[in-house]
Design a protein around this ligand. Structure first.
Ligand code: HEC
Ligand code: HEC
Length: 369
């Protein structure tokens, strides 16, 4: 069950029961265009008493935010065979807490989600009203900032050089990369293949229940389980970024505006930090190792009624393939969800079948009902 829940939430929807996996989305996902009117949680889900007006597409993120804020899993509040049931006490307590949090923000912060579950719970089931005595927080030290700020272009240029240089990058037109995806528990491991061909990108992750496909054919990013999955603009943007990572010289073009934010440290190493604004007017942060020039981290976030939902991607173990360095360990982290991609084989300039970038055919019978 746990595996199902995780997969579901990754799909940014929530459906339940082993047999009906991936089904809940179907009704609204028949079309690639997002509905003109916002579907609310109250409309989409069975037993919503407080979050009635919240956009339904926030529910998956909000549930993960709550779980991470309290340091619990979904089953702390839910009977996971049917999430609409009210059999567990903490679910009732949570409803009271939601009302309290909404009132605090309404009365004090102009309805902006400044106070969140995490403000008090901070990863614990029970908030800690008394400060700890045994932990004396170390003052945060920010490394000395450069007197002459480097430009975004200089940092991107150094990155392109670091991975092998534009000439070598230009010689690579296609990549087929295979590896594994390990879930947070370290036990659940899925097979993954990623394809890149002249700007087109596809990812196939094989789960026991279904193969998940993510693709970007150069125009609109798409995602499929057994059926098409509706994507929010920020999710579409992320798929485009995965594609751009395969042609490092074009990463810069993913941003309409780039600002140098300063230097900071990750694991003791000095990083140059850039803020990039995307075409969808979202901000991302890019952390480049100041010495090697390589991209080490990318962070971004989306907003919900219960605060910011962050996403962090860490790139490491760069190795050269066809003269161009690619990260072979990629770690994804968001509230309550974490997985690691380990690349085991990379083939460059091999033919990629066009069918890889085509939408999968609808399953026979056309329905999972
Ligand atoms: C702290 C308690 C809590 C945790 C943890 C929690 N939920 Fe919820 N969940 C709720 C409450 C409360 C509601 C109902 C909200 C309302 O009535 O407005 C709800 C509603 C739902 C619904 C809508 C069900 C329906 O059809 O009415 C789904 C689906 C759901 N949660 C999934 C999850 C998943 C998946 C997780 C784990 C990632 C999770 N929840 C974690 C408290 C929780
Ligand atoms: C202003 C501080 C504050 C905020 C914000 C807050 N809580 Fe709480 N929460 C508490 C306190 C204090 C308790 C313990 C109450 C007690 O012991 O009687 C608690 C208890 C709970 C419990 C019961 C835990 C158990 O042990 O059974 C749940 C569930 C819960 N909170 C969920 C939430 C959720 C979900 C949010 C965000 C929507 C939230 N809380 C936001 C202060 C807060």
């Amino acid at each position: 069950m746990k595996r199902n829940i995780k997969l579901l939430v990754i799909l940014s929807t929530v459906v339940f029961g082993a047999g009906v996996l991936l089904r809940g989305h179907i009704a609204e996902a028949q079309t690639q265009n997002p509905p003109a009117q916002v579907v609310t949680a109250g409309q989409k889900y069975k037993n919503i008493k407080v979050l009635t007006d919240m956009p339904a597409d926030q529910l998956g993120r909000v549930m993960n935010l709550w779980s991470a804020s309290l340091g619990v899993d979904c089953d702390f509040c839910h009977v996971t065979a049917d999430f609409s049931k009210d059999d567990k006490r903490p679910k009732a307590t949570a409803r009271e807490m939601i009302k309290m949090v909404m009132n605090i923000n309404k009365d004090n912060f102009n309805n902006r989600p400044r106070v969140t579950c995490n403000s008090c719970h901070n990863g614990h089931m029970e908030p800690r009203p008394v400060p700890a005595l045994d932990v004396i927080p170390e003052p945060e030290e920010r490394p000395a900032q450069p007197t002459t700020k480097p430009t975004g272009d200089q940092i991107f240029d150094k990155y392109v050089e670091a991975v092998g240089g534009k000439d070598k990058i230009d010689k690579i037109t296609s990549i087929v990369e295979t590896g594994t995806r390990t879930e947070r528990d370290g036990k659940e491991v899925e097979q993954e293949t990623r394809y890149y061909d002249k700007g087109k990108y596809a990812l196939k992750t094989v789960y026991p229940q279904a193969t998940l496909t993510e693709m970007f054919d150069g125009s609109a990013p798409m995602k499929f389980g057994r059926q098409p999955i509706t994507l929010r603009p920020d999710e579409q943007e992320q798929i485009k970024r995965e594609a751009a990572m395969f042609s490092p010289a074009s990463l810069k073009a993913a941003y309409t505006k780039v600002d140098f934010l300063g230097v900071d440290k990750i694991d003791g190493r000095l990083m140059n930090i850039l803020a990039g604004t995307t075409a969808a007017n979202q901000r991302e942060r890019l952390y480049f190792d100041a010495e090697t020039g390589l991209l080490v981290r990318r962070t971004m976030s989306s907003q919900t009624m219960f605060g910011t939902f962050p996403l962090q991607v860490d790139y490491s173990d760069y190795k050269a393939f066809g003269g161009v360095k690619l990260p072979t360990t990629i770690k994804y982290a968001m509230p309550n969800l974490m997985w690691t991609r380990r690349i085991t084989s990379v083939k460059v300039n091999v033919p990629v079948e066009a069918s890889v970038f085509q939408a999968p055919a609808a399953p026979a019978g056309g329905s999972d009902e």
